[in-house]
Design a protein around this ligand. Sequence first.
Ligand SMILES: [Zn+2]
Length: 112
Amino acid sequence: MGSTDKAVITGFICRLCSKMNRFVIHIYGEEGERMRLAEKINAYLPITVKMNDPLPKTACLHCIERLEAHHELMEQFMFARRKLTNENKATSVASSSSTTVDATPAPNSPPC
Ligand SMILES: [Zn+2]
């Protein structure tokens, strides 16, 4: 009759929100590696995960979803920045020359 107290799986602690969750993805598991979870966490979040640190290596789906959304947003920003800097390179020459050239025409009145 003591089968429940042994195999009660309440879940895994999420590394990101520290909540117990039944559905998690192992950061260094097959799926976590494929999603580059460790890479994204280290890049975007104020925490660092290492394969050999003593903290949990699981992340709940809710956090992963947010991490993925953040990643998408960052990709968008990077894309926009690249696009804008490229455009800026092309237009800055023309726009800067039009504003600086404001020289007054030389007095062209011959004394006679
Ligand atoms: Zn979480």
